[in-house]
Design a binder for this molecule. Structure first.
Ligand code: FAD
Length: 454
């Protein structure tokens, strides 16, 4: 698409809440992936209502102006990173929880509400919102929907897609699409919730979401175990799955990441083992399940401990939540997000060692072990690129490793700008064609988040 330089100016002039300040524009040129666009976008529109979004999209469509929707900018695939010739539609001011219905167990929210804010509000009704990215305190529900975000308890309770009941979405031409319904069941029409969820801002702008809540578990049991190395911990995690229990959380951290966490938090996990597995079981049978879990990991573990209370469990969880911020203190972090069948985690551990040996890139790994989703993280020098050179080679090798093992390029962070090179090998020609047909049908001028996701 050819963009006239003046088209963004025309759009920005016609909008309330538009900013062309250097600070706002450069902030919108990046997210938390480590990637920064070479140029800043032309302006940022801070929408305060669905009407603001409609007006923005109508003007953008009339001027064929590219629009990059932005939630909280915590994405790890450069999906919200905008550049010159584009305007950014920032939804962080649309941050109201409109309704919580404790009988239907649902919440209606604007997209800028933070994940943790929704959970705090739901907690007052004895409910919770299940998808819990480690970024819960800083990421928005709109961003979660656009990336189909996952988290630690998703293996038991499902990822964002399973929590979306209904959406209001402003399309590229400014019309408002309503998808889904408030009832738990309902199969009228195509499943447009599922189409929009995970579409990374390329098919429409989510301006309202109706989300499923669940009853808070009556009890939660937490156990932490240490292992000589990552491969042994991965084998233990596979043994937990094979024991046919359903942990609500099963997180694995490798030795190098433990070292970084220790440095950041002042803990001493690394001295206790070369890998750490944190497991929670919940519900009425939490402690019965925990017994089965401990039997499954015992043959592999060098030691384990049960959390005595919620405070101790939170302290253990902090090691996982702080893994990425701890690594960010060491340098620029580029985060892989591969998924493999859950029984093959130990093979990935060996494959990653091999990638380090061949590329010279140090890889730190945390794993959502109960759904086979690994985050191998490259820690680079601040001046190193995340899109070229050794980082690019290592990310490509990770994808090929996952593919060889029957897995996928991205489990939860999305494709964004950074992973498009490996789309075709995973999806194949026919699937790519169908993706393009859908995109063309909903956004014929290609103005929504161009160059991202597909
Ligand atoms: C420390 C840390 C830990 C993380 N842990 C996890 C994790 O455990 N699991 C996980 O899944 N992710 C994780 N992430 C990644 C990130 O938080 C998620 O991808 C999150 O869903 C992004 O939300 P956001 O509001 O920041 O979106 P942004 O970064 O602003 O945007 C992400 C994408 O969504 C689009 N978008 C945003 N809002 C809308 C909207 N309303 N309508 C349409 N499109 C929209 C953007 O265009 C972009 O393509 C982590 C990130 C960090 C920094």
């Amino acid at each position: 698409m050819t963009v006239q330089a003046s088209s963004t100016a025309r759009v920005l002039e016609g909008l309330r809440h538009a900013s062309v300040s250097e600070a706002d524009r450069w902030r919108a040129s990046t997210d938390r992936s480590g990637y920064v666009s070479a140029s800043a976008p032309d302006g940022v529109v801070f929408a305060e209502s669905a009407d603001d979004v409609v007006t923005t999209m109508r003007l953008a469509a009339a001027n064929r102006t590219p629009v990059v929707t932005r939630g909280a900018g915590t994405g790890l695939a450069a999906g919200a990173s905008a550049r010159s010739g584009e305007i950014v539609l920032d939804l962080s001011r649309m941050n109201s929880i409109l309704r919580i219905d404790p009988v239907e167990q649902l919440a209606v929210v604007q997209p800028g509400v933070l994940n943790a804010e929704l959970n705090a509000a739901a907690g007052e009704y004895g409910l919770f919102y299940a998808p819990d990215p480690a970024s819960t305190a800083i990421c928005s529900i709109g961003g979660n929907i656009a990336t189909n975000a996952g988290g630690m308890r998703c293996a038991k309770y499902g990822v964002t897609r399973e929590a979306v009941l209904a959406l209001q979405v402003v399309l590229a031409d400014g019309r408002t699409l309503r998808t889904g319904r408030e009832t738990l069941k309902g199969v009228t029409g195509y499943d447009l919730n599922a189409l929009i969820t995970g579409s990374e801002g390329t098919l429409g702008v989510v301006v309202e979401a109706t989300l499923r809540l669940r009853p808070l578990p009556v009890s939660t049991a937490t156990v932490a175990a240490f292992f000589p190395d990552f491969a042994t911990a991965a084998a233990a995690a596979s043994a937990v799955i094979a024991a046919r229990i359903q942990p609500s959380l099963l997180e694995l951290i490798d030795g190098q990441t433990l070292e970084a966490v220790d440095m950041a938090l002042g803990t001493d996990y690394r001295s206790r083992g070369g890998a750490f597995l944190l497991a929670q079981t919940d519900g009425f049978g939490a402690y019965l399940e925990q017994d089965v879990l401990i039997e499954a990991i015992k043959p592999f573990a060098t030691s384990f401990e049960k959390a005595a209370d919620a405070e101790e469990a939170d302290r253990l969880l902090m090691a996982r939540r702080e893994a990425i911020p701890s690594l960010e203190k060491l340098g620029r972090v580029s985060i892989g997000d591969i998924g493999v069948p859950r029984g093959r985690l130990a093979e990935v551990a060996l494959g990653l060692e091999d990638i380090t040996a061949r590329t010279g890139v140090r890889i730190f790994t945390v794993v959502h072990a109960s759904d086979g989703n690994l985050h191998p993280m490259l820690v680079l020098n601040e001046e190193d690129s995340v899109t070229e050179g050794p980082a690019k080679v290592a990310l490509g090798e990770m994808f090929h490793l996952a593919k060889r093992l029957g897995g996928t390029l991205t489990g939860e962070h999305g494709v964004g700008l950074l992973k498009r090179d490996w789309l075709l090998p995973e999806l194949g020609e026919v699937s790519m064609d169908v993706h393009r047909i859908i995109k063309d049908a909903l956004d014929p001028d290609g103005i929504l988040n161009p160059g991202k996701a597909i």
